[in-house]
Every structure is written in C-alpha cells, then in structure tokens.
Design a protein around this ligand. Sequence first.
Ligand code: SF4
Ligand code: SF4
Length: 423
Amino acid sequence: MANYQQMWKDLGMNLEAHDNLCAVLPTAFGDVYLSQENRPASMDFWDMVVADIHGIRPAELIEEQKKGRKVFGTFCVYVPDEVVIAADGIVTGLCGGSQFWVPDGEAVLPKSTCPLIKASVGARLGKTCPFFRIADMYVGETTCDGKKKAWEILGQDVPMHIMDIPQMKRAKDIEKWADEIREFAAVVEKTTGNKITPEKLAESIHIINEKRKALARVYETRKSDVIPISGKDALLMMQIAFFDDPVRCAQMTNRLADELEQRVKDGVSVFPKGTKRILVSGTPMAIPNWKLHHIIETSGAAVVCEETCTGTRYFENLVDETKTTLDDQYKALADRYMGINCACFTPNSGRIDDILRLAKEYHVDGVIDVNLKFCCLYDTEGYTVEKALKEAGIPVLGIETDYTDADAEQLRTRIEAFVEMLG
Ligand code: SF4
Ligand code: SF4
C-alpha cells in the first residue's frame, strides 16, 4: 500500500484518529469479504479499491483539482451527477457508513439522528475522511428533516448548495425539480467556470446511462436460479460506484457482468442449491456498512437484490437521450430522478409497487425490510411495506438497526429464525 500520510496531512486531517480507522478497516473487510468462497475473479478491482480506499481515489481527485477541476460531494441519489460532469466537474458520494464517525457527529447533532447523518457530519467535523476534505462544494437536499438541519451545521464549515426536493410527484412538482436542476446547473457553472451546453449535457447523460446499464447487467444475473455473486459483493460494487469515475465504473462493472453471465451459463453459483433468496428493502447502506448482508449470508440465505439507494434505486430507469435543448434535457433529468421512490415522498405507492415487482423478478423467498435507527420515514413506511407483502403472500421481516455491533447477535437469531421459517 502506498504511503498517503503527507496527502492526508495536507488535507488537514486528524492523522492520529484516522490511523485508528485505517487499523480496523482491513480486518473488517477480511472477515466479511475475503472469507467468502468462489468469489468472481473480477472482484479484484473492488478489493483493490477498498484496500486503499482513502488513498487511490482521493489522490486521483487531488490530481484533477490541480488541473483546475472542481469536486462536488453529494449525499443522495436525487442529485443529478450529469449536470456536474457536463461542466467538467467531478462527483463523489459522501454518505458515511461507519460507526467510527458517529461520535463526532453526535458532538453536534441529537443522538436521536439516524447513523447515516451522524456519520456523514462526523466524518467532516472529525477530519477523518479525505473525501470530505477534498470536496470543493457539498450538495445537500431537502429530503428528510435530519439532513436539512445537518446541512446548516455542515454549511458553517464548507461551501454548500441545497437542492429543494419536492415532497410530492405531481406534474407541477416535476416541473419544480426541473427548475431546481436548472438552478443547480448555474451554481455548477459558476463554481467550475465552465459553461454547460446541450452537447456537453447530452454526453454526460450518456455516460451516466452507460454506468446505470452496466450496474443493471450485474443485477440481471442475480435473477437467475444460479446465484453467480454474493449480495455482499454486489453491495460493495454499488457502494464504490458512488465514488468512482463513472466511465471506469461502467468498464469494470461490465467486466464483472461478463464474468457473471458466463457463470450463469456454466451453472456456477456461490451458494448451494436451494439457498433461500432474500430481497433487502429500505434505507441505504453506505460504505463500509456490510453488517446486515453479512449476517444474512452467514445465516443460510443469500441476498439477491437490494431495493435501496445503494441498490436498484441508484440505477433503474434511464434519462431520455433524445433531447437536444437544455430545457428539454433538464426536464428529462427531472422525469428520471422523480421516478426514484424514496420514503420522503407522499404518497409513495411507487415504492410498494417496486418492492412487489422486484420480489417477483428476483424470485425471492422473503423480504427483509431494514430501517436505520431513527429514520422515521422508512420506519413509518415499513407498516405499508409489510402489509403489502403479507397481502401478496411474501414472507417479510422488519428490522431496525444501526452501525454498532451491539445488536448483531440478536439480529442473527431473528434472521436465522426467519430463514428457517422460509424453509
Ligand atoms: S433514502 Fe432518500 S434521502 Fe436517503 S439517499 Fe435515498 S433518496 Fe436520498
Ligand atoms: S436513512 Fe432516513 S433519516 Fe437517514 S438520511 Fe436517509 S431518509 Fe434521512
């Protein structure tokens, strides 16, 4: 592993605290990932990225900044990457998925805030994540109350642009989102110093669509009776997709998809025949949150799909590539992004339809609906999700968890009982 100490120092990071994080991550990754058997060979790319997660990509971003490019940090799948890329900017995801960052978040936020928000704020204020130091601008959104208030705190420390997301999806709300995208484009142009033209936006729409298609190809193989990749590996691919260069992401993901398609043809499965198939629905799992997938896949079941923002919500539906004026392109972007079904919308029946559809498409035996502790939106929607699944005759287990290991054994007991019940 290269030595990035000087880079982290130049970024103003708290090196001592960061060393503690670097000390635990490889063991956690080894225990959860490298213990798996018969992994696809193409996962070597993602293993390499994780092994140097605070080194390789941050160093690339800094090199690009030296050439004058700007980095935008985002926290939600509603923020359109296409706009940033059209102005020759770079997007990096910033959602925190580790308990390590939570105490620094709790220093300024109520404890009763969801761990994803606490970890994201803690990663910035504790100075222990290079991505949070590198980003020239953060892009927040008005999705949930916890995030809205967190942006006010982060905004005192770093330039922040907030996109006002509608709460409903009527025609006028979609128009409003197109307007928000247009305003965001103006901010991006000002920050980067580059003009967004219809040609450049068409190009970036195509780039991100290609990335979506590649991710969808991998998911497609998970519908097969032969399960060619574990849920844990698919989750890792998704988590890194938020940080990587989109063209390389598509390339590496297509390489993995080629291998998985071949595995399906050859009948190569990473789970024994008859392993129970699980759809995980609910709140996002930011890197390095592998807790639930690990418990499920070491309890006799396989995760074959994620109806989450680190799953299908990230790549389903493409942006219309036929539009040739900026106004039409912003509208096309608004149409695609408003097709994502997050619990922050009301009504949100589209998400119920998605879960029922995915359960069928991926031939699942049961659904585990997961809620990050203190996320009142997904917690409340859990009632409707469970009701719909029960009515459809699909077994469902609702669970609430956080980033700590405190409930791991209790979760294991419940999940093992659920899997046994499926049998
Ligand atoms: S769960 Fe909702 S608020 Fe969170 S990243 Fe997904 S779309 Fe955004
Ligand atoms: S998990 Fe829930 S509370 Fe946490 S950021 Fe997402 S929507 Fe907000």
